[in-house]
Design a binder for this molecule. Structure first.
Ligand SMILES: [Mn+2]
Length: 364
């Protein structure tokens, strides 16, 4: 039995698309899994086509992503009409055309992805392989490399390992057997030194000032903690600080607030046990902005125009301390507000609002 599934006849259909006369562009919404997948597809194409480039639709700001680009030497361009015009054919990895307005304008010949399929947006491509059950697109690309007899080099293997690690949160999120197999196979080929250099690159120098504000401005809020950071260039900084506090043994949940662009953003992180932060965020902030998430991670975003003249730090603190709406089925005195809600019907609900950090924001 082979280590990975056999990909014929699909693989031959894909190889038939390649010709030495055509220039290919691989498009990504850059995160570790997408960048690793692009590197893998580039490796597959490199001797089969005239030229192959990688272009991203987003700005890369997370330190670990920047470290990955630097240490694994991933050449990427920004996707613009001028860049698109230089290429004949297009491939998309770790995404589907309807996921980004810039992708929608491109006619993709190849699509590899592991995000859920949408009923209304049918993916049209000469060749596509979309496997929502896979924890990482890097796993899928590893199967293709293996079937083609391509043994990934040190940097490519490291990228794919980091892609799998990130998208599965080191196997704390959903994954399948083949993710584990790919991870084990790649681990032997990857560099532990490069991997830890990348995953240990967690903070920007400018963020250290936010840490000092966070630590000196901590408020105790019932079973958790709250701090207000002020203006930040990107909500990522708030996520990083919230994640940092969750590494402190005594902290069961934390809310970190700050202003990013035209919004007040509140990031919630918790142990997933003490309280359901998704429903908590939704109950305290849902009426005025978008708010919700999962038990252990949630987010609220409130347009600043709705908060004109308010002291934002105190406003958030008051919302966090204000009594919670009790589910109608619960008797009014059933063991306090917090207990009533965490045992209530709302506990499992995850609202549709784009409130949970997307995969590319997830820490390694
Ligand atoms: Mn992915």
């Amino acid at each position: 039995m082979s280590y990975f599934r056999k990909l014929e006849p699909g693989l031959s259909n894909m190889l038939e698309l390649f010709s030495r006369d055509e220039r290919w562009l691989i498009c990504v919404n850059a995160d570790p899994d997408a960048m690793a997948s692009a590197m893998a597809l580039k490796r597959i194409m490199i001797h089969r086509v005239a030229d192959v480039g990688i272009a991203r639709v987003n700005e890369v700001t997370r330190p670990d992503n920047l470290a990955m680009i630097r240490y694994l030497r991933i050449p990427m361009m920004k996707l613009t009409p001028a860049v698109t015009a230089q290429y004949d054919r297009f491939a998309l990895v770790d995404s589907q055309p309807h996921h980004h307005p810039l992708f929608k304008e491109i006619n993709f010949s190849i699509v590899f992805d592991h995000h859920p399929l949408s009923e209304e947006h049918h993916v049209v491509a000469d060749f596509k392989d979309i496997r929502p059950e896979y924890g990482a697109n890097s796993t899928l690309m590893t199967e293709y490399l293996y079937n083609l007899g391509i043994r990934p080099g040190n940097r490519l293997a490291t990228a794919l390992v980091y892609g799998i690690k990130t998208d599965t949160s080191s196997f704390e999120r959903e994954f399948c057997d083949v993710d584990v197999r790919a991870f084990r196979y790649l681990s032997k080929l990857s560099s532990q030194t490069l991997l830890s250099r990348i995953s240990r690159s967690e903070f920007h120098l400018s963020w250290l000032d936010y840490f000092s504000r966070a630590v000196s401005g901590m408020h105790k809020v019932r079973s958790g903690f709250y701090c207000y950071i002020g203006e930040v260039p990107n909500p990522d900084a708030l996520v990083v600080i919230a994640d940092f506090f969750m590494r402190v043994h005594e902290i069961r949940w934390v809310a970190v607030a700050g202003v990013s662009g035209d919004n007040l953003v509140v990031i919630f992180r918790g142990d997933g046990v003490t309280r359901d932060l998704g429903s908590f965020a939704n109950q305290q902030f849902g009426a005025i902005g978008s708010a919700g998430g999962h038990k252990a991670m949630a987010r609220a975003e409130i347009p600043l125009e709705k908060l004109a003249g308010k002291d934002l730090e105190m406003w958030v603190l008051k919302r966090l301390l204000s009594p919670r709406k009790k589910p109608k089925v619960m008797p009014p005195a059933a063991g306090g507000a917090e207990k009533a809600v965490s045992g209530g019907a709302a506990a499992e609900s995850v609202p549709d609002a784009p409130v949970v950090d997307s995969k590319e924001q997830a820490p390694a």
